[in-house]
Ligand binder design. Sequence first.
Ligand code: HOZ
Length: 425
Amino acid sequence: MATNREAFEEARSFIAGGVNSPVRAFKAVGDTPVFFAAGYGSRVTDIEGREYVDYVGSWGPHILGHAAEPIVNAIVRAARSSTSFGAPTVTETALARILCDALPGCERVRLTSSGTEAVMSALRVARGFTGRELVVKFAGCYHGHVDSLLVSAGSGALTLGNPDSGGVSSVVAAQTIVLPYNDVDAVERAFAAHGDRIAATIIEPVAGNMGVVMPARGYLESVAAITREAGALFIMDEVMTGFRVAWGGAQRLFGIQPDLTVLGKVIGGGLPLAAFGGRAEIMSRLAPDGPVYQAGTLSGNPVAVSAGIAALTQLKNNPALYRRLEVLSARLAAGLQEAARKAKVPLYVARCGSMITPFFQPGPVRNLDDAKRSDTKAFARFHGLMRAQGHYLPPSQFEALFVSSAHTFKDIDATVAAAEAALDQ
Ligand code: HOZ
């Protein structure tokens, strides 16, 4: 059996950089990526046979833990009736109905295979609807690898220190206005200068890709109001937060209705599935009803849709599950904070529900500039020491840890004990 290092070396011979998504390369923590063989509940096992308590959860989808029985059963059942038709199935409508019922901002949705596709399509329909070109985004927010939004992007680009991507034409980049998160004045100024040319504002309602950053009280409401005042659309990217921070996502949690919503991760139950949706009036601009083109052979794939329905069925009308996530996550966040206090390590633990980032700095972290003040070397050291003790964290200071309902109090307490040991070294 190959070691992780050997598997990575071999992968590098055939896969660009040895990984299919850059954060996985572990460059930011100076380590070799872990190659996984299996996962069940809160645990994952690598190809060397080492078991970890997992706080990555496939970067968000596994809110029920790995290989949750209802999801696996739904996948097997669906696959037995064909893995793809490239034609409508009634399960697509069933999933769309769940999304429209749950999300205040969605009267109609369309399913895609990835969050990047969903964002790209949401921007296109926003531009088609408004007849305008510019888009406002916020530094540190990540909306997939859409060309025009790979400007001051979070997640992998930020982790690797490349906030802007090569290969993006300056014409495309010029269509994006980048503003600091949590700064209403900056939004006001941008709209005062360019309001009649702005098609949309896109935002992570709780940022998760510069680490977890909460919106200040009233901030999202102000951004939405300024955006709409100018006749532009307010888009919430709920790929991370959708059904994670609450049933119905951040928009339900904060009571804000966006014009368009982007979803991914949890809604696919761990399979490639995402969606965008919004007011019927806007979504009717999409082909075949309207002139804005958007398509995908595997969009609404029956296996992915079945996995998504199975996941959402577990979450629906299940406040006990969200309460469990809250209690487990609060215990982990408090445990990390206390461990740091005892070890006299400056640590600012940000949390929204089951999304957590321990920033290696005193905080507060309100925007990208604040997040970048973190001691990434200390984070890398901590990451390695946690991994050595069997706790798998995202390999970047600028990502979120995810807690699942499959985690136990024993898992959390073991992780806190490991953190105490790691921070003490
Ligand atoms: N953008 C995701 C993390 N926020 C994806 C990382 C990955 O797939 O490796």
